[in-house]
Design a protein around this ligand. Structure first.
Ligand code: AHR
Length: 496
């Protein structure tokens, strides 16, 4: 089968905001403790941060990390995590039925993020708490000095303010599993008032209001419209969350799930623009897809009640999962005009590209690679990508292109990148891509991620089972790329 593609440098979708390659670290399972932080590990630095994990995080060039939750944040007292460590309380984390030691809190996490070169997307607790705790945290983090909370930060050893720019107003407030769940009316009112107070403390911050926990929620769409009715002029982004899985073992259907993400984004854009029209507002709201990933190999059950950092949500990802992650990244890029923030959930051990063993290795899951390629080579301007591909039908979708692809032009670096996935489970796909609008470019490299067995995984023992390789069959002649994309595979074509 053959697919053709045309891109033209003059026809652009939008700039890629670097925060599109964000990630997420929650106080959950072994994400923080035994993940980024393991004092006593032979590779831990003097603060207890694992240097091997930092190295793998740097390899992804993660620019932006959401913290500290997730469901956790809806029961979190940020004050528990600051000041002398030996005085911090141990708390029951009722979101994940674990014990939170508070050995790591806001300041330690900020220090870790600085080491890995990431900004923080800080979430405030609008579950059990409210306006006061939220505005105090902004003051603690961002106010230079001369007030109670800024001076408290200084007394804790952090003279310089953290200057956190982006803040989440709670987490998944529509979900029955959420501590302090609210109706759209209740949440909308609270989020608007918290937003006002937080911005009065620091007018330079940007705020994300909670959209639905997924497109499948009964209240989806109505929730967004009501919340925005209250918050539209006070916030900058609306959040989307979605996880994709293959519980029924239907891989053709699973590989098409990015079409669900695509329609979810389009629907939320429509709702935002509906509220804009209704309010006669001049402001265009942007989207923050601040939880997305493949998640289905494990469930959220923690049967080791009240353990410290129990091993939960440790999905082991196969090649198929990596391909789905690739198609999800391509989908986010195609919406770069409205999706300015996206956080893969999560970063270490918990549904994560990076895994660790206690006292042992840190290693890369299959999904590490498409994320790394997108983050490294997908910066610049997204181009409209015209595709003509053979198609298939599956359980949830019709007319699914076997070829999923997008092109990004980095004018400054003089580079063009094409990301592509062949969804076909049995056959290779012949690709022809017209790049003639770029005069004088040549193919720098063709990277592939593939394996004969789409279910193959990496592990601590065999970390290199599924790793990227250099493609050998791509050629660029007179501005036309031809390549053969083997069955179920991910591709990066780099031109300069
Ligand atoms: O990322 C895991 C969990 O999924 C988060 O805590 C929650 O926000 C979502 O339901």
């Amino acid at each position: 089968a053959k697919a053709t593609m045309v891109v033209d440098r003059r026809y652009t979708v939008g700039e890629v905001d670097k925060r599109l390659y964000g990630s997420f670290v929650e106080h959950l399972g072994r994400a923080v403790y035994e993940g980024i932080y393991e004092p006593g590990h032979h590779l831990a630095d003097e603060r207890g941060f694992r240097k091997d994990v930092m190295e793998l995080v740097r390899g992804l060039q993660v620019p932006f990390i959401r913290y500290p939750g997730g469901n956790f944040v809806s029961g979190y007292n940020w004050e528990d995590g600051v000041g002398p460590v030996e005085e911090r309380p141990k708390r029951l984390d009722i979101a994940w039925r674990s014990t939170e030691t508070n050995a790591i809190g806001t300041n330690e996490f900020m220090a870790w993020c600085k080491e890995v070169g990431a900004e923080v997307n800080m979430a405030v607790n609008l579950g059990t708490r409210g306006i006061d705790a939220a505005r105090n945290l902004v003051e603690y983090c961002n106010h230079p000095s001369g007030s109670y909370y800024s001076d408290l930060r200084i007394s804790h050893g952090w003279r310089e303010p953290h200057r956190i720019k982006t803040w989440c107003l709670g987490n998944e407030m529509d979900g029955p599993w959420q501590i302090g769940r609210k109706t759209a009316e209740e949440y909308g009112r609270l989020a608007a008032e918290a937003a006002k107070a937080m911005k009065w403390v620091d007018p330079s911050i940007e705020l994300v209001a909670c959209g639905s926990s997924s497109q499948e929620m009964d209240t989806f769409a109505e929730w967004e419209a009501t919340v925005l009715d209250h918050t539209y002029e006070h916030v900058d982004y609306l959040s989307l969350h979605s996880y994709y899985g293959n519980r029924s073992g239907d891989s053709a259907n699973f590989l098409a799930k990015s079409l669900g993400m695509d329609s979810f984004i389009s629907s939320v854009v429509s709702i935002c623009d509906y509220v804009k029209a209704k309010k006669r507002s001049k402001k265009k709201l942007m989207l923050s897809f601040d939880e997305w990933n493949v998640w289905y190999h494990t469930s959220a059950n923690n049967d080791k009640h009240w353990a410290v950092s129990p091993p939960i949500l440790e999905d082991v990802y196969n090649l198929e999962d990596a391909l789905v992650v690739g198609t999800l990244l391509i989908t986010l890029l195609k919406h770069a005009d409205r999706v300015k923030i996206a956080c893969q959930a999560q970063l270490v051990n918990v549904i994560a590209p990076i895994m660790t063993t206690k006292g042992g290795e840190a290693w890369k899951q299959t999904i590490y690679y498409p994320y790394m390629h997108a983050s490294l080579y997908g910066r610049g301007t997204v181009l409209h990508t015209l595709v003509n591909s053979p198609k298939y039908d599956c359980k949830d979708f019709t007319d699914v292109n076997y070829l999923e692809s997008v092109a990004i032009y980095n004018e400054e670096a003089g580079e063009v990148t094409v990301f592509a996935v062949n969804r076909h489970l049995e056959e290779s796909l012949e690709l022809e891509c017209d790049l003639r609008s770029f005069e004088q470019i040549s193919l720098v490299e063709h990277i592939t991620l593939s394996h004969e067995n789409s279910k193959s995984v990496n592990s601590a023992e065999q970390p290199n089972e599924v790793i990227p390789k250099q493609g050998r069959n791509a050629t660029l002649t007179d501005g036309r790329l031809t390549a053969s994309l083997e069955k179920h595979s991910w591709h990066v074509f780099r031109f300069r």
